[in-house]
Design a protein around this ligand. Structure first.
Ligand SMILES: *[C@@H]1O[C@H](CO)[C@@H](O)[C@H](O)[C@H]1NC(C)=O
Ligand SMILES: *[C@@H]1O[C@H](CO)[C@@H](O)[C@H](O)[C@H]1NC(C)=O
Ligand SMILES: *[C@@H]1O[C@H](CO)[C@@H](O)[C@H](O)[C@H]1NC(C)=O
Ligand SMILES: *[C@@H]1O[C@H](CO)[C@@H](O)[C@H](O)[C@H]1NC(C)=O
Ligand SMILES: *[C@@H]1O[C@H](CO)[C@@H](O)[C@H](O)[C@H]1NC(C)=O
Ligand SMILES: *[C@@H]1O[C@H](CO)[C@@H](O)[C@H](O)[C@H]1NC(C)=O
Ligand SMILES: *[C@@H]1O[C@H](CO)[C@@H](O)[C@H](O)[C@H]1NC(C)=O
Length: 852
């Protein structure tokens, strides 16, 4: 069947456009058809589930309890005559027998499958259970399926077209964008249901009305449109015209408070987001903007990261103890007195998930947990891996559930095999355990419960195939929190957010849609292509919403950036070290870091020149500071008063670097962004929040920060090499410090006028040389940069790079992968110069009590 008929049936408005499309002769199989199969199938001893209400091409699948399987078939397809195929009248649940499996000789599936215009990959060499994946070039998608599984008979799972026929080979089909079908009070051109990649659609408004959104949109190779939804703005005293997304038909054109609009998507697409939106008292439409997506179209990680981050930031801001009401961006208000947050993560581990996918899901979840921990909120984690039965990786009731390291460790240790043979998908039961935990917390402390936010994140690759209706349990959870079990819009549910991530082509979008929260201007449902994409989303999260916070940075998204090659894309790198600046004065390369939007810290020797015995200090006017997002000049330079490079000259020490630090005030405020923002300076209130020590804020001190950050004899730390790359080293403290500085003694050998500690004073942190880790060492030109640590997902500067014992590279030469074993670097500890920092920065940073 071609499109023409479908158009006539579902969109009488567009007869002419359908002709255009039919001429393209797409053999599109997503057509409306009135034939339906009966929904009266049954299985003795089990349950059945229908996809798409028995429409042509839909499936009925049989399920049995664990240990049993449907016999003789597990699935039927509705054929074009409205009959289930194959026509077998009796399906029963039969006990699974391991015996049979052992007796059968192992048959392998062919690993010579093809797809026209693409390639095929196999997991596990075609053995039973291995997965075949079709891959098409950009702009195409595999049809009718993207993966197949090898069954015990050595056959790949059959491929069924929506009309019920089976096909033996897959093809790569063009990705298409659904066209904009309606524009109230305006015109659109061309009018058609589907657009090919690169095609444009144009919009204009009736005389006197203004167009908001794009006048022209392009269909991209991902099946998304460029630009934003066109809407013709008509003056009204109710809600604004909510627009009509591409592929959708809207009914309802009254936008007064209380009015409703309804959306329906054209055949071949699924509606994501709400079917009904209501004009609320606040003159805003309930829920997020709906989307019509074809099953082969996925959300892009970058856009998901942004939407997710925006929404999560709103949650976090509300939970944050020193929450300040944000701009008009998110409608949330402060309810909780003392930020508390429970995060429930439900990971689908059902039989359809491959081992490698499960590992990726775990990795993605770990990135998420690390990201979340960068928010300044106390949170507890509850992680459930669910198949037929939920398995608890960690529960909120455990007093270690607030310790990110423990949570990550438990997650890492968890094995998919812990589910045994129970490989169904029972989201109901998983959510039921969330409900039980919440009920327990409520009974334990009603007041605390009322002030604790709950975030539920569901990661799934499919749909529920057993157990009760997950939506029902969500209703119970809502009731527990004092909300109605069902409502069109969940914006008022301040204590609950349900995010759903559907992964891969087989997710049932309509089912997932009904689970995700529907909140104004926030998205809670995301459909991604793969678990890799999910990992990328979580890695990319953390955005400008966190902009004013110190020590927030992107991780190295791809290993490419970590590599020592010189082609590193500098603009990318900036996100990974946003506080870092390069300082140039008289062609002398140096580095520094941003402490506040007006102040940069660097090494004093970067701003001095020795002219015989005279020290010449840089004129601020000649100093240029380059940060991740631009350049600024210096307006004031403050060298540490105790820095005196010639101080030990008379003791035959030519250059002496004690107190090698300087502050530079910039001539114009650095505009903070994700490429330029401050590092956390210990002993400040901002660092206190980043360390999550707020609950003991009354007693937090500088000393406590020092022991929280440098608590070990060897603390892993980083510096930025050659202005780009984050490099790892170890700070040697306590007993290890002696050994570390000892490496300088040979240099002093002939000097009996000073002792080792006269030169390497207490101000210096010593790094390098730990045998176990092969520490990296700095290059000439790295001076002035930060020596920093990571705690949770935040970065703290503990030292200023000053000097080193071995010169192995400069600012442009290649670096050595194995530095000399006796190479050591020395850095001025920020703890040792805190009074001086406080003296100059007190106006911009809130310092903690410095004395003990
Ligand atoms: C199936 O593949 C496995 C691994 O490649 C091989 O060892 C085995 O002999 C194959 N079996 C058959 C029947 O080809
Ligand atoms: C759409 O694509 C064309 C080229 O195919 C390009 O010239 C045009 O600028 C694009 N328009 C938008 C809005 O991206
Ligand atoms: C998961 O992460 C670990 C450690 O970060 C890595 O070694 C492993 O290759 C990752 N697994 C997958 C499937 O990406
Ligand atoms: C939780 O903490 C209490 C004391 O605060 C301790 O007695 C108990 O063993 C802890 N439980 C777990 C599971 O660690
Ligand atoms: C918490 O909720 C209960 C019942 O919903 C209510 O009686 C109580 O006052 C609430 N407590 C706070 C601190 O809001
Ligand atoms: C952060 O969010 C803003 C909009 O809020 C967006 O323009 C920007 O691209 C995002 N940055 C990153 C790195 O994702
Ligand atoms: C540096 O130290 C030397 C030797 O003690 C002293 O003569 C000189 O005045 C000092 N310079 C400054 C700027 O303090």
């Amino acid at each position: 069947m071609h499109f023409t008929a479908a158009c006539l049936l579902s969109f009488a408005l567009y007869i002419s456009t359908c002709k255009v499309h039919a001429a393209d002769n797409y053999n599109y199989d997503y057509d409306y058809d009135d034939q339906k199969c009966s929904m009266t199938e049954s299985i003795i001893g089990g349950t059945v589930k229908y996809s798409k209400d028995g429409a042509v091409g839909s499936e009925v699948t049989y399920y049995c309890k664990d240990g049993f399987k449907p016999y003789p078939i597990f699935k039927k397809i509705c054929n074009s005559k409205g009959k289930w195929e194959p026509e077998i009248s009796r399906v029963i649940c039969e006990e699974e027998s391991d015996y049979d499996d052992i007796e059968e000789p192992q048959k392998n599936c062919s690993v010579a499958e093809i797809i026209k215009g693409g390639r095929v990959s196999y997991s596990n060499e075609g053995l039973e259970g291995s997965v075949l994946s079709y891959h098409c070039n950009i702009g195409y998608y595999p049809y009718p399926v993207s993966t197949r599984v090898c069954n015990s008979g050595g056959e790949w799972s059959i491929m069924i077209l929506p009309n019920g026929k089976t096909v033996s080979t897959a093809t790569c089909k063009d990705i298409l964008c659904p066209g904009q079908l309606q524009l109230d009070n305006g015109q659109l051109w061309p009018k058609k249901q589907w657009f090919k990649i690169g095609e444009e659609q144009e919009f204009s408004c009736r005389e006197g009305l203004t167009l908001s959104g794009s006048a022209k949109r392009n269909c991209t190779e991902w099946g998304h449109w460029t630009g934003t939804l066109p809407v013709c703005i008509d003056q009204t005293d109710g809600c604004r015209d909510p627009g009509i997304p591409p592929g959708a038909i809207r009914s309802g054109d009254r936008f007064q408070i209380g009015d409703q609009v309804k959306y329906r998507c054209q055949s071949g697409t699924d509606l994501l987001g709400p079917e009904v939106r209501v004009c609320l008292d606040s003159k805003e439409w309930s829920g997020p903007e709906p989307r019509c997506q074809a099953p082969y179209v996925f959300d892009l990680p970058a856009s998901v990261a942004q939407a997710m981050d925006g929404s999560l930031s709103a949650v976090m801001d509300v939970s944050s103890p020193d929450f300040k009401k944000k701009g008009p961006n998110y409608g949330r208000t402060l309810k909780v007195a003392d930020g508390r947050l429970n995060i429930f993560i439900l990971i689908d581990t059902s039989g359809s998930i491959q081992q490698s996918q499960f590992e990726r899901a775990k990795n993605a979840t770990a990135s998420l947990i690390r990201k979340l921990s960068s928010y300044e909120v106390e949170m507890k984690f509850d992680i459930i891996s669910y198949a037929s039965e939920p398995q608890h990786i960690i529960t909120v009731l455990d007093n270690l559930s607030g310790n990110v390291d423990v949570v990550l460790k438990r997650l890492n240790l968890f094995k998919q095999t812990q589910h045994g043979k129970k490989t169904g998908t029972n989201l109901y039961k998983a959510l039921k355990s969330v409900h039980e935990r919440l009920a327990f917390l409520k009974s334990k402390n009603q007041n605390e419960f009322n002030e604790t936010q709950n975030v539920i994140l569901i990661e799934t690759d499919g749909y529920t195939n057993m157990g009760g209706n997950p939506q029902y349990v969500l209703g119970l959870i809502r009731e527990l929190l004092g909300y109605k079990s069902r409502s069109i819009d969940n914006s008022h549910e301040e204590l609950l957010d349900v995010y759903v991530f559907g992964i891969g082509a087989s997710v049932k979008r309509s089912e997932l849609k009904s689970l995700a929260s529907s909140k104004i201007r926030e998205r809670h449902l995301f459909i991604l292509n793969s678990y890799e994409d999910l990992g990328e989303v979580f890695n990319r999260m953390i955005n400008d919403s966190a902009v004013t916070k110190c020590g927030v940075a992107h991780e190295l998204v791809s290993p490419r950036i970590d590599a020592d090659d010189d082609d590193n894309d500098l603009s990318q790198v900036a996100y990974t070290r946003p506080w870092h600046v390069s300082i140039s004065w008289q062609a002398k390369p140096c580095q520094g870091s941003i402490l506040t939007e007006n102040w940069v810290i660097t090494a004093a020797h970067c701003l001095m020149k020795l002219n015989g015995v005279l020290m010449e200090q840089a004129n601020p006017k000649d100093v240029i500071i380059e940060h991740g997002d631009g350049k600024v000049d210096a307006s004031l330079i403050i060298l540490h008063p105790d820095f005196n490079v010639t101080k030990l000259r008379d003791k035959s020490i030519n250059e002496f670097y004690d107190y090698d630090v300087a502050l530079i005030k910039v001539s114009s405020t650095i505009k903070l962004s994700s490429k330029a923002r401050p590092v956390c300076l210990p002993c400040t209130k901002a660092a206190n929040r980043a360390l999550k020590m707020t609950s003991i804020s009354t007693s937090s001190t500088c000393k406590k920060h020092k022991s929280a950050l440098l608590d070990l004899q060897q603390t892993q730390a980083y510096f930025i090499r050659q202005g780009k790359t984050r490099k790892s080293t170890h700070i040697q403290t306590g007993e290890k410090r002696g050994d570390c500085i000892e490496q300088f003694r040979p240099t002093l050998a002939s000097n009996n006028l000073v002792s080792l500690t006269d030169v390497i004073t207490d101000r210096f942190l010593c790094t390098g040389g730990s045998q176990k880790y092969k520490d990296d060492i700095t290059c000439k030109g790295d001076s002035g940069g930060s020596l920093f640590l990571r705690k949770g997902m935040r970065y703290f500067q503990v030292g200023v790079v000053s000097w080193g014992t071995k010169l192995v590279c400069d600012s442009t030469t290649p670096t050595v992968s194995e530095p000399p074993v006796d190479a050591r670097d020395f850095h001025i500890s920020v703890f040792s110069i805190m009074p001086w920092l406080k003296e100059h920065l007190d106006k911009e940073l809130d310092f903690l009590p410095l004395e003990n």
